[in-house]
Structure formats: C-alpha cells, structure tokens
Design a protein around this ligand. Structure first.
Ligand code: SAM
Length: 246
C-alpha cells in the first residue's frame, strides 16, 4: 500500500486513513462538493437508484452502509424507502458525529443510526441485512478481501451488495484532463479549503492504486458473490459494482 510516495504497512495505512478523516470530518461534505463539482451527489443517487429499495418497506428492509461517514448514502436510502432502517458503520467517530447531527437536522435519526466499527470486522450477526452498501470507502480499507467477506457474512441469503468507488477512466481524452485535475487541482483545493495538501495527495494516490473495474469485479466474485456486475459513471471516473449473496 502507498501513502504519499513511500510504501507503508497495512496497519499503518489504516492509521493514516483515520488521521485524514479525523482532520477533515467537519469540512468533509463541503470538500466533496468542491472537488467533484457536485458530481458525487449524482453518483450516490445512481447507486441508490440501482439498489432500488422498496418505496414502502412494509415487511421491513434493513441496510448496512459500511464506511458510511457523514451519512450521505444512509439518508438517501431512508429518504427513498419509507420504513427502511439504515445502519451507518464507520471506523471514525468524528465522521459519525457529523453524521448524527445531520440525521437530527433531517429528522431521520429514528431510522438512520450510526455505529463505530471496522469494515474488516463488522459487529453485526450473520445473515442480518437485506443490503450492504459502501461508497468511496473500500479503497481506504487495508484488507479489501476481509471487508468483502464481512459484507457477505452479514447479508441475508438473497441480499445485495453494492459498492461505489473511483475507478479507471475509459474515455480517450478524458484521462489526460482527469490526470491534470487529480495531480494539480485536488491537492491545491485540499490545501486551500482544509489546509491539508498531504491528505488530498493521499486521496489521489489511493485512487490510482485501486483495482480497475474488471479486477475489482473478480475480487467480489472471489469473495463468493454471485451475478457480479458493474456500471461506469462519468466515463469510469467512478463505478458501481453489484453482487448478490445467493
Ligand atoms: N461513504 C461516505 C460518503 O460517500 O460520503 C464516506 C466516504 S469517505 C471518502 C471514507 C470513509 O471510510 C471515512 O468516513 C472513513 O472513516 C471510513 N473508513 C476508512 N477505513 C475504514 C474501515 N476500515 N472501516 C470502516 N470505515 C472506514
């Protein structure tokens, strides 16, 4: 694994990731809008649309949003699905704190709950959730295979796994522009808005290190998921992967 420009161990990587999100938690939502020009909202909408939670969860519908941070995915699911119960799990207490206060503002705190736990070691029973989602989180987890195995474990048989993550741009021309944006604009914005160039340089590096669409799909299948599929968003800047626990 890489942090900046040197090789680091897995536990060290988690420590650095924690530090990044601890530092940016208060400005995290603003940074997302600035850096993606608001695009992250559309990508998140696209994931929740593909999940297609029931409009009225009359027989109960529960979703675990792993690495759910300040609650963006959780709120979208709860907003679209009357009666759905969402658990947002994140390793970082600062991100969860922001999430809890946003939930209160939206009056969704009765249906969206926030739990501190590690994606590699989920504190939930086997066969428990109808769906497990993770958005822009798996890239930060040092042992991706463990996070996938845990997601599968806590899903009910017949349950759905969806993962939104930065991916590999597959449109000629767009890749050059995207490189310029990644290596120049993002760290500069990080410096200006969060006073933290390093953290955002890490963000860019971690995107580059993450497996492309096909390789990540193979990892999901290796974790035991069935009918693995993916959709590109914005020319592959991001992608949504889907799998079922059958
Ligand atoms: N899902 C949210 C969203 O899309 O806005 C937050 C994404 S944010 C880029 C990444 C999140 O992953 C952070 O909140 C961070 O604390 C969390 N994270 C990093 N490592 C984790 C781990 N091992 N287990 C659970 N969450 C983790």
């Amino acid at each position: 694994a890489w942090f900046g420009f040197r090789e680091v161990g897995l536990d060290e990587k988690q420590g650095m990731v924690d530090q990044v999100f601890h530092q940016v938690a208060g400005r995290y939502d603003l940074m997302n809008d600035l850096m993606s020009g608001g695009m992250h909202r559309l990508w998140k909408d696209a994931m929740v649309a593909w999940l297609g939670p029931p409009r009225r969860a009359v027989h109960g519908y529960s979703v675990l949003d792993v690495a759910g941070g300040t609650g963006d995915i959780g709120f979208r699911i709860a907003g679209r699905s009357e009666g759905a119960e969402v658990v947002v799990a994140d390793i970082n207490g600062e991100m969860l704190k922001v999430g809890r206060s946003r939930a209160m503002d939206r009056r969704l705190d009765d249906r969206v709950t926030f739990v501190e736990c590690n994606a590699e070691d989920l504190s939930f029973p086997d066969n428990h959730f109808d769906a497990v989602t993770i958005a822009f989180g798996i890239r930060n987890v040092p042992r991706i295979e463990r996070a996938l195995a845990e997601a599968r474990r806590v899903l009910k048989p017949g349950g759905r796994f969806l993962c939104l993550e930065f991916s590999a741009v597959d449109v000629a021309g767009l890749d050059k522009l995207y490189d310029l944006f990644s290596f120049r604009v993002i760290p500069a914005l990080g410096e200006m808005v969060a006073g933290d160039r390093e953290s955002y340089a890490y963000l860019v590096e971690s995107i580059r290190q993450f497996p492309n669409q096909a390789r990540f799909a193979a990892m999901i299948a290796d974790a035991g998921f069935s009918r693995v599929d993916y959709r590109n968003l914005s020319g592959g800047i991001a992608a949504i992967h889907s799998g079922w626990k059958l």
